[in-house]
Design a protein around this ligand. Structure first.
Ligand SMILES: NC(=O)c1ccc[n+]([C@@H]2O[C@H](COP(=O)([O-])OP(=O)(O)OC[C@H]3O[C@@H](n4cnc5c(N)ncnc54)[C@H](OP(=O)(O)O)[C@@H]3O)[C@@H](O)[C@H]2O)c1
Length: 234
């Protein structure tokens, strides 16, 4: 299989889209580190996926947790070839720009933006060393500046806009290294965050992130933002 011997790390892997991304990556032959704040939750997901899935305790807001998890993963498996920054929160759905407390703003940015940045800093240098890597930042169309037409979800939107900017800057910084960096919007998907009324199931929502995470050797797609495998407006 094309992806045999590749290892992927998926943050927020113990539920929602993260679990489905883990499952689809395992189906494509990758070893998958199911990263979650609670190791027991990750262990349960791994039992459901099978031997390709390995639990990893990781809280994206803790620098020491990220360092320790990446050290554990590299120590056990040698490389992390794919990083899916999927962990995220949306805790300001009914708020507006002028009605947002600073704690909510900071918490959202810390998880959705700084968490992804921490993981990139911890994982990408080793990808550069090996000359192969795929980084996928799970974003949202709510972060597209071109679609910024409402004040609702202000912290969430700004966090995803900034995650998109991080995607482009990191991709440019890594040009020519073999490490491809892209952002994927899963679309409105049934999950803890998406709720039960969303039109998409997790399998459809996970498709674009998994496609970008498994871009074949020699592919040069990087610095892009995609939904339904098609470019989305920044
Ligand atoms: N569902 C949608 O409609 C939709 C649309 C566009 C974009 N997205 C994006 O898709 C991604 C996944 O969302 P989802 O729908 O699957 O949401 P979800 O069901 O609410 O799951 C969120 C995940 O993020 C994890 N997480 C939160 N804080 C964390 C932290 N500090 N450290 C590590 N993990 C943390 C959660 O882990 P715990 O289990 O430990 O809480 C959980 O696994 C998010 O980035 C979201 O913004 C979702």
């Amino acid at each position: 299989m094309a992806h045999a011997n590749r290892t992927a790390l998926v943050t927020g892997g113990a539920r929602g889209l993260g679990t489905e991304i883990c499952r689809q990556l395992a189906d494509r032959g990758l070893r998958v580190l199911v990263a979650a704040r609670k190791r027991e939750a990750a262990e349960e997901v791994c039992r459901g996926i099978g031997p390709a899935a390995v639990p990893l305790a990781l809280d994206v807001v803790s620098a020491s947790s990220v360092t320790e998890a990446v050290r554990e993963a590299l120590g056990s498996f040698g490389t992390i070839d794919v990083l899916v920054n999927n962990a995220g929160v949306s805790i300001d759905a009914s708020r507006t720009v002028l009605d947002l407390d600073e704690d909510t703003l900071r918490t959202t940015l810390d998880i959705n933006l700084v968490g992804a940045w921490r993981l990139a800093e911890a994982v990408v240098p080793d990808m550069v060393r090996t000359g192969y890597g795929r980084v996928v930042n799970v974003t949202s169309s709510l972060g597209s500046l071109a679609l910024m037409d409402s004040g609702r979800h202000p912290a969430y939107r700004v966090s995803k806009t900034a995650l998109n900017a991080l995607t482009r800057m990191l991709a440019a910084e890594l040009s020519g290294t073999g490490v491809l960096v892209n952002a994927a919007d899963p679309g409105w998907t049934r999950s803890g965050m998406g709720g039960p009324s969303a039109p998409r199931g997790p399998a459809e929502g996970a498709d674009t992130p998994v496609w970008l995470a498994t871009l074949p050797e020699g592919d040069e797609t990087t610095g892009g933002l995609f939904a339904g495998r098609k470019p989305l407006q920044w």
